[in-house]
Ligand binder design. Structure first.
Ligand SMILES: C[S@@+](CC[C@H](N)C(=O)[O-])C[C@H]1O[C@@H](n2cnc3c(N)ncnc32)[C@H](O)[C@@H]1O
Length: 277
């Protein structure tokens, strides 16, 4: 596993965007750093933050795993060592419900490593239901777990809705916002329906209000979002728009590479334009 990336696989991970974000914040003087949709927190792991870090997400198992890695990586690794990476053990571990903080985190990391595509998906009863991913030859990178633990030292990792970040953000802070993309490729009308459980249009409007708050406070934000006219309508008056293109694998085994456009909005002034903010 490369240095300065996340230690987990996460859908919508932003490692592809890291070089661009590094460029965007180069020379920016900011105080505390926040990621309010942390997922695998790939941007956080790639940058050096000047002061305190706050990472948060609504996924409790994810947050608890980050805390376990931060607090006692060796204890977590001791449990991981007991797990065998084959199909039979995968389904046994998937069905298990360990109580302890470190056992649960070890189970999470094991499933993240050996599941199909590292997906996180639960059924209606809240039980993880992603099938085995045929990755027996993959091993855990213990060294990386220790590095990540160091990086997370003194970082607050919190299970909360993004809106609660506003109680932590102060003037001069930097907030990276990477919500699930509420968008379908089909049509505008599908837009609201398609992902309403994941992140609804209403959630996008709430996010717009958080950004208004950040702007009023005099903090910085970077928002990534789907390139969609509704998103443009909600966020275009809150900062400058930077469209980005990324490569995307479409179509499973018979995959071909396509280009997907995404939007970045930010109130970080353009280089050479510092007086405007
Ligand atoms: C696109 S992923 C973030 C990926 C991350 N930037 C990375 O590089 O791995 C979006 C994350 O938002 C979280 N999320 C969804 N709804 C949320 C909410 N209302 N408040 C906070 N987090 C939320 C999901 O659990 C998911 O981890």
């Amino acid at each position: 596993m490369a240095q300065n990336t996340s230690f987990i696989r996460w859908a919508g991970g932003k490692s592809w965007l890291v070089p661009y974000i590094q460029e965007l914040i180069e020379g920016l003087e900011y105080n505390n750093y926040h990621e309010s949709f942390m997922g695998g927190a790939s941007v956080f792991f790639a940058i050096d933050i000047p002061k305190k870090g706050y990472l948060s997400d609504v996924n409790k198992e994810l947050v608890d795993t980050f805390c376990a890695v931060r607090d006692n990586p060796q204890r977590l690794i001791d449990y991981l060592n007991d797990f065998i990476p084959d199909e039979k053990n995968y389904y046994e571990i998937r069905a298990s419900e360990p109580r302890g903080k470190y056992q649960r985190a070890a189970r999470f990391l094991y499933l993240n490593t050996y599941s199909f595509n590292g997906l996180y998906r639960v059924n209606r009863q809240g039980k993880y239901n992603v099938p085995y991913g045929q990755r027996q030859n993959t091993t855990f990178n213990y060294e990386r777990i220790f590095e990540v633990s160091k990086k997370l030292k003194d970082v607050d990792v919190i299970c909360q809705d993004f809106e609660s970040s506003k109680y932590l953000i102060q003037s001069g802070d930097l907030v990276f916002l990477d919500p699930p993309y509420t968008v379908s490729k089909e049509s505008n009308s599908m837009f609201i329906e398609y992902n309403s459980k994941l992140f609804s249009l209403d959630d996008q409007y709430r996010l717009g209000e958080l950004i208004d708050y950040i702007n009023e406070l005099g903090a910085y934000y970077i928002l990534t979002n789907a390139a969609h006219e509704k998103i443009l309508e909600i966020f275009q008056d809150k900062g400058r728009l930077i469209p980005r293109e990324r490569n995307s694998l479409i179509g499973g085994k018979k995959a071909f590479r396509g280009k997907v456009q995404e939007y970045i909005f930010t109130n970080i002034p353009e280089k050479g334009d510092k007086d405007e903010n």
